[in-house]
Design a protein around this ligand. Structure first.
Ligand SMILES: Nc1ncnc2c1ncn2[C@@H]1O[C@H](COP(=O)(O)OP(=O)(O)OP(=O)(O)O)[C@@H](O)[C@H]1O
Ligand SMILES: [Mg+2]
Length: 225
């Protein structure tokens, strides 16, 4: 379980200081598709950064597995991120000199898994994502939708507990965007991971288990029926 507890965050100094989050508390349960919605500049990416160990709150805490995330040693925090957290970005962020196969396999190297296990998991996920025929291609030789499928594979291959997705369909056309949302949802259920999915797109309410709306520095909770 991951939890934000009375989190405050502001940017800037002195009179220029701008408060982004004020007393935000949310519990992120296991095995859920959670949508985080809000206007541009409302603090969605800030919340993802705080939850994923990249940006410390000014006040309040992030609880992971019963213990505060930012009270741990740097090495422990890096290890948590490596094992339990995955990321999907708007701009894919693939390694351009690695093939689709190698991009997906890469996180398993960092976890020092055996070559047999790495191969088994990578081939399995390539098959799930219908990318087997593109496995030897470089990102530059793939379409946007195919690149995002590779990025989904890279995020999921280690079966992380949480995936943080920041507007993963923003650079795709509408049809491809819908396909990617459906695919992320399907994979989330299959791998039993929790996805925290940031978007502007209110259509996400159709697929999410829970929707959180960020307005006026607070989270308004809305549970989909
Ligand atoms: N590192 C930073 N330094 C200063 N201000 C920041 C920083 N990061 C974010 N902000 C400010 O905090 C506010 C929230 O930013 P954030 O990126 O979280 O919004 P967002 O909801 O993700 O917006 P978008 O939908 O446009 O991506 C904005 O006003 C932004 O200018
Ligand atoms: Mg953002």
């Amino acid at each position: 379980m991951l939890e934000l507890k009375n989190v405050y965050k502001s940017y800037g100094e002195g009179g220029q200081q701008q408060s982004v989050l004020e007393d935000v508390s949310v519990v992120f349960d296991d095995n859920q598709f959670i949508a985080l919605l809000g206007k541009s500049g409302s603090g969605k990416s800030t919340i993802l950064n705080i939850l994923s160990g990249l940006d410390c709150p000014d006040k309040g805490s992030v609880i992971f597995s019963g213990k505060s995330l930012y009270d741990r040693l740097d090495s422990e925090l890096s290890q948590i991120r490596r094992i339990y957290f995955g990321f999907i970005f708007q701009s894919f962020n693939l390694l351009s000199n690695l093939t689709a196969y190698e991009n997906i396999e890469y996180p398993l190297y960092l976890l020092k898994l055996s070559s047999t296990e790495r191969r088994r998991r990578t081939l399995d996920i390539l098959d799930h994502l219908q990318l087997t025929q593109f496995q030897h291609k470089l990102p530059g030789q793939l379409s946007g939708g195919q690149r995002q499928r590779v990025a989904i594979g890279r995020a999921l291959v280690k079966s992380p507990k949480y995936i943080f997705a920041d507007e993963p369909t923003a650079n795709l056309d509408e049809k491809t965007g819908h396909e990617i949302i459906e695919l992320i949802k399907e994979m989330q259920k299959y791998y039993g991971t929790t996805i925290i999915y940031v978007t502007h797109d209110s259509e996400i309410t159709e697929v999410a288990d829970k929707c959180l709306f960020l307005t006026n520095r607070k989270i308004e909770k809305y549970v989909h029926p």
